[in-house]
Write a protein that binds this ligand. Sequence first.
Ligand code: CTP
Length: 213
Amino acid sequence: MHFLITAGPTREALDPVRFLSNRSSGRMGFAIAEAAAQAGHTVTLVAGPVALPAPPGVERVDVVSTQEMYEAVQARLPRAEAAVFSAAVADYRPVQVETQKIKKSADRLTLELERTPDILGSVRRVFGWRGVLVGFAAETEQVLEHARGKRTGKDCDLMVANDVSQPGTGFDAEENSVTLLFAGGGEETLPRMSKAAVAERVVAAVEKLAAGR
Ligand code: CTP
């Protein structure tokens, strides 16, 4: 199978030297890319700015902003049979990107932000793609309720509910605590484990979903 995977954060520029972003390390997505490649799949990895080497045998596409990630995904999705969106995408970007460094003046500064495109949410509705679709839901509270809503709202075959409230798991951590939420209603809570182990479970779940079609 051909996997398209998104990983890492996106960055939204404020001026030539500043940006808005988040603490995603990209480790979860890179682990999925590695697990899929090791299982013999073709892998395209669309990565935001992260300090990780691409796993062997993986085609890597580097992007910075959400808009760039959106366009990279749209261009490559037609060749993919499975898509796993683990990127922590910036939901908002500055309305205006200053061409010169913003100088300090008043005591307060208000930034005006606008929504970025929802990449995962566009896959079915805008791109009309029909392959096996997996999303991640990073949540700090009511984890399963929010993740179930996202699975339905973005029409995913599988949503990986990710509890990022515990120290040592989730964002910028080595381990993850996840529950797999399937479109048929099935749910499987995995014990806290390394991101490499979660990645193997996600790849196995995708293979099973593809075989069951
Ligand atoms: N996602 C995306 N494009 C966006 C925002 C999110 O592709 N602009 C994807 C993420 O890669 C993830 C899923 O959507 O697979 C859920 O992301 P998350 O940040 O948890 O949810 P949001 O839809 O952004 O909702 P909220 O921030 O309100 O929780």
